[in-house]
Design a protein around this ligand. Structure first.
Ligand SMILES: [Zn+2]
Length: 232
């Protein structure tokens, strides 16, 4: 049975629920994100543009046929988006991924993307990193997106096969070579003939997502698209 409102208010005085983005207390009726953050987060809105005008798509031009490149928020240092990603990645706040995935998925569904994807697949973490962190930060976003878009997601459709050295001191070509060999399609039966949406927390150079897309296409995916929470 739901708590009477007055009791719920009393509980929230003792244990205030806070906004995942700005940490201000949530008002009654607000869930996860406050009204202010929902209105003012830096949405890219690129999914509303014709695909040819989407500036994110350029990151994959001349490399792979990626059908849709979708990024929800613009990454800003020290801003709300950085805080959200930090909570998701380092503080076990998987609710962040689920909530943002659900909101973005609802928007995508309303702008013509319903029935576009057959499967949502998160970029896998290296098993050692997964063991250390205890979860893959891309999983909850994949789950939220898939729920809103009404399609399945699978956390192990792709697998990491080898250790990846740190990317930070490498140039673009070295980074590409570094990631190109580390993914494999663990579930080709789910992938073959399908339009697969690959998701990650942040889109930077796109090298990791590109490597995942290449593996999916080689495993028989009909089309590949990518979606991230934030775009750097
Ligand atoms: Zn807020």
């Amino acid at each position: 049975m739901p708590l009477p409102a007055v009791f719920a208010d009393f509980v929230s005085l003792l244990f205030p629920r806070v906004c995942l983005a700005c940490q201000e207390p949530l008002a009654r009726g607000e869930d996860d994100l406050c009204t202010d953050c929902r209105a003012q987060l830096p949405y890219t809105d690129y999914h509303r543009l014709p695909p040819a005008d989407n500036p994110l798509a350029r990151r994959f031009w001349g490399k792979l046929p990626v059908t849709h490149v979708l990024g929800y928020l613009t990454f800003q240092k020290h801003g709300r988006v950085q805080h959200l990603l930090h909570e998701l990645k380092y503080r076990n706040q998987q609710q962040v991924g689920r909530v943002l995935g659900r909101h973005f998925g609802q928007e995508l569904a309303e702008t013509g993307y319903l029935d576009t994807f057959a499967l949502v697949v998160p970029v896998p973490l290296h098993p050692r990193k997964l063991a250390r962190r205890g979860y893959n930060q891309a999983d909850s976003f994949a789950e939220g997106l898939a729920t809103a878009l009404g399609c399945p997601w699978h956390p192990e459709a792709l697998r990491r096969t080898a250790a990846t050295e740190s990317q930070t001191r490498k140039n673009r070509l070295q980074r590409w070579q570094n990631v190109a060999t580390v993914f494999e399609a663990a579930r080709p039966d789910l992938i073959e003939g399908q339009h697969v949406l690959v998701v990650d927390d942040v889109l930077t150079t796109g090298a990791t997502l590109e490597a995942c897309c290449a593996v999916l296409l080689a495993a028989g995916a009909r089309e590949v698209s990518v979606a991230t929470i934030a775009v750097a």
